[in-house]
Design a protein around this ligand. Structure first.
Ligand code: G
Ligand code: G
Ligand code: MN
Ligand code: NA
Length: 254
């Protein structure tokens, strides 16, 4: 309960921060964009990782206002980067189920784009596979509205849902993000090797791009390159960085 009241005040106290993890194109190792990852820096609790407060934010509905801040801040930041560097980088933002189901969600996204002057094509919304599969009537309309705004849509944590693949053909997704649990166990002997390879091939035949998450070792990267995976993200390149670190990292890697 104490955490809840601290969480309620966190926005006005400006305790939320974003970290950015680069997403690299495997073909030429250039930076395609970044995933924004939320952090809560509270004077009493210290740095609280998202796994420890997002469930509470979901339960209380606070995720709607927090998520609105995340989207706006992410758009503002990437818009600033584009002006500074001249590179058309993309920002990927995680969207939680409660936030996605908010009747004002589409409006929130379009307002953030308008306020920051960012074109929709530079914002990617990561929707978890579980949300897509829970079969809500509104899902279809919301995804289509976002698609019409030019926003990119990706399936996050791909492979951890219930493997009902039909939605991939019916919904306007651009990208699959292969969950790090598959990438983590990649080696020539494991079933994950076959799974990852099958996911990449299936995605490509449906016209989707693929991001491998949680890439930690060079041999994983080599396997993914051989399998023609499009993008990779993970500790092999860097952990999530603050804005200043991110820009430094980019200037060393572009
Ligand atoms: O960096 P990592 O420990 O930061 O993130 C842990 C989990 O929290 C991941 O599943 C990630 O998708 C989720 N997460 C990180 N940032 C956000 C956010 O801004 N909104 C939502 N809904 N989830 C987030
Ligand atoms: O659920 P989502 O895909 O949004 O999760 C992103 C999470 O993955 C964040 O917590 C981020 O810090 C974490 N992450 C990023 N790169 C790696 C990695 O190489 N290995 C592991 N284990 N986690 C990673
Ligand atoms: Mn994600
Ligand atoms: Na994931």
């Amino acid at each position: 309960l104490q955490t809840e009241s601290l969480l309620r005040r966190a926005l006005e106290m400006q305790e939320f921060e974003l970290r950015f993890q680069p997403i690299l194109r495997l073909g030429d190792s250039r930076i395609m964009g970044a995933e924004a990852l939320l952090r809560w820096n509270n004077p009493t609790l210290g740095m609280v990782p998202p796994d420890r407060f997002i469930p509470l934010a979901e339960e209380t509905g606070l995720i709607i206002t927090i998520g609105r801040w995340v989207i706006r801040e992410a758009c503002r930041t990437v818009s600033r980067w584009q002006k500074q560097t001249g590179d058309p980088v993309i920002m990927a933002v995680n969207v939680s189920p409660r936030q996605f189901r908010d009747p004002h969600f589409v409006e929130t996204v379009s307002a953030a784009l308008q306020e920051t002057g960012l074109e929709g094509q530079y914002l990617e919304l990561e929707i978890t596979e579980r949300l897509i599969l829970d079969n809500n009537l509104e899902t279809d309309r919301v995804l289509r509205d976002l698609d019409e705004m030019g926003v990119r849509l990706s399936v996050d944590d791909f492979g951890t849902g219930y493997s009902a693949l039909g939605y991939l053909k019916n919904y306007p997704f651009d990208t699959l993000k292969i969950d790090k649990s598959f990438v983590g166990d990649l080696n020539r002997d494991s079933d994950d090797t076959a799974l990852v390879s099958a996911i990449i091939n299936m995605a490509h035949s449906l016209g989707l791009k693929v991001v491998a998450e949680g890439v930690e070792y060079q041999d994983q990267l080599e396997f993914l390159s051989t399998e023609r995976c499009d993008y990779a993200q993970g500790f092999l390149f860097t952990h999530p960085l603050n804005e200043r670190e991110f820009l430094l990292w980019c200037s060393d890697h572009m």
